[in-house]
Design a binder for this molecule. Structure first.
Ligand code: NOJ
Length: 522
């Protein structure tokens, strides 16, 4: 699965913003050059773009920045011709405050849609409780016109929908039906566990002094334990209903729920007791783990241990909310990172440009675009959302040479781009292509069982993948020195550092620092 952030992938009309026709024109890069199976498109719906599309004002129309509905249909049709599946973002927790539903809801306390959002009286002249917005400040804003507070998990311009109102649930399920009719193959469900909160709306308790946040530091949001502002039990029933609707259309549709839950049993509960909720909850455990062989091994083993029988997981190291992996990980570790997620048991999710080694851009000379970064210092996501780097030409071939891209192209583009890397056998892009090709033809890597290799050390991580007719061992050297490991006899099917390597291995194999190999056993 390859994630496209539509604003930043390819601009077909020279306005500096990526668009759907731009993506359609680049689909062959994904299907043929790179060799992925599916794409996930971040939102391209009508939106005032306060949160760059995650604030939807019309779920069933395309924002003019991206084109129109015809462009969406053309994209999906072309993708299908090329054998690519397409999943789209489904933003369930909130809408834009510009959405007609919210405009009506906010118009008066008696409006028929008042209860479509969450309106409350204040407490002691302030907000109804102590819940905070993930993007900074209280999770409640006061509305002067009607004299009540409304709830927002994210920006004040992203009011929370009230999913306990059956009309809201039905209207949102119609949105899913609409996109299934258009032809999508599934959904990435945004902020999937946030939509149901404690019905009694109790205050969150303060976090103890030594409390470790499982994910990245998030400013004052970390001052509380988030016991009551998400994941109330009835969230599961809502997801079961959603899954039934999707399944009615397309039994093979994929639904991936975004949730930053690091308690594994709780995380796994989103598959559903009868595997009737998400096809898979998004797995961010590798992003939260320390980046060394024992910690990565522990994260992998514990995730796989918790995936319910008959279910399937996913792995990812990057997305539009995180610092670019090439900048987050130690210098030179892009290759073991790619090998890891492309050889683990589960569906790998790649983020556009990571296959080139795009780095976190430093955007000091321009106004920040990301509202989170504007609200909370250090949390801007702009640096990982810069334009895709296609060529060494001005603007990296993302848009016309004289246009101003919505975020500046990172300076690295002269060397780090598709065209230049394709011409270099040893490039990261060509390494991804080799690995994806190997995965495609290997039943062990695609579908096989996973077994940790007992020879793993503090520097080396190794594991075996095995199907009925094939066995492969993967070894990754996280250390900064060469190291050897006995993997049994076989042939080198892949080396991250040497595209020509295919020698026979007796037993022991030496890996250079940051090197990854895959051995195919007879
Ligand atoms: C999660 C999305 O990944 C993020 O980009 C967005 O800002 C929030 N949800 C709000 O929709």
């Amino acid at each position: 699965m390859y994630q496209i952030y539509p604003l930043s992938f390819a601009d077909s009309n020279g306005d500096g913003f990526g668009d759907l026709a731009g993506i359609t024109g680049r689909l062959e890069y994904l299907s043929d050059t790179l060799g992925v199976d599916a794409v996930w498109l971040s939102p391209f719906y009508r939106s005032p773009m306060r949160d760059w599309g995650y604030d939807v004002s019309d779920h069933t129309d395309v924002d003019p920045l991206f084109g129109d509905l015809g462009d969406a249909e053309a994209l999906i049709e072309r993708a299908h011709e090329l054998g690519l599946k397409v999943i789209v973002d489904y933003v369930i927790n909130h809408t834009s405050d510009q959405h007609p539903w919210f405009q009506e809801s906010a118009s008066s306390r008696d409006d028929l849609r008042r209860d479509w959002y969450v309106w409350r009286e204040g407490r002691d002249g302030g907000p109804p409780n102590n819940w905070l917005s993930i993007f900074g400040g209280p999770a409640w804003s006061f509305d002067e016109t009607t004299g009540q507070w409304y709830r927002h998990t994210f920006l004040s311009s992203q009011p929370d929908l009230n999913w306990r109102n059956p009309d809201v649930a039905e209207a949102m399920l119609d949105v899913a039906r609409f996109w299934m009719d258009v032809g999508v193959d599934g959904f990435r469900v945004d902020a999937a566990h946030h939509m149901m909160k404690d019905p009694r709306e109790r205050d969150n308790p303060p976090a103890p002094q030594d409390h470790q946040t499982p994910w990245k530091p998030m400013g004052e949001y970390d001052d509380f334990l988030h016991l009551y502002d998400g994941g109330h039990q009835d969230v599961h029933e809502a997801h079961r209903i959603f899954r039934r609707v999707v399944d009615e259309y397309h039994r093979d549709a994929l639904t991936v729920g975004e949730m930053h839950i690091f308690d594994l049993p709780q995380w796994a509960s989103y598959y559903g007791e009868d595997l009737d909720e998400f096809s898979m909850p998004f797995n961010f455990h590798l992003m939260a783990a320390d980046w060394d062989a024992p910690s990565v091994r522990a994260a992998v083993e514990s995730v796989l241990w918790h995936v319910p029988a008959g279910a399937w997981t996913n792995w990812t190291l990057g997305n539009h909310d995180e610092m670019r992996l090439a900048s987050r990980l130690p210098e030179g570790h892009e290759r073991i990172a790619a090998t890891l997620i492309l050889t683990l048991q589960g569906t790998p999710f790649l983020y556009y440009g990571d296959e080139l080694g795009m780095r976190e851009a430093r955007l000091t000379d321009r106004v920040s675009r990301d509202p989170w970064g504007l609200n909370v210092e250090g949390l801007s996501r702009d640096g990982s959302r810069t334009p895709m780097q296609w060529t060494p030409a001005p603007n990296a071939g993302f848009t016309s040479a004289d246009a101003e891209p919505w975020l500046p192209v990172d300076d690295s583009y002269r060397a780090v781009n598709v065209e230049t890397e394709l011409a270099d056998d040893g490039s990261l892009l060509n390494m991804y292509r080799r690995l994806l090709a190997l995965r495609r033809e290997s039943s062990a890597l695609r579908l096989g069982s996973f077994l940790s290799h007992p020879g793993s050390t503090d520097e080396l991580l190794a594991y075996r993948r095995e199907s009925n007719d094939e066995a492969m061992t993967v070894a990754l050297n996280f250390g900064d020195r060469s190291a050897s490991i006995a993997l049994g006899s076989g042939r080198v099917a892949f080396s991250s550092h040497d595209p020509t390597r295919s020698d026979e291995v007796d037993d022991e194999i030496e890996l250079g620092p940051g090197e990854a190999v895959v051995i195919s056993h007879p």
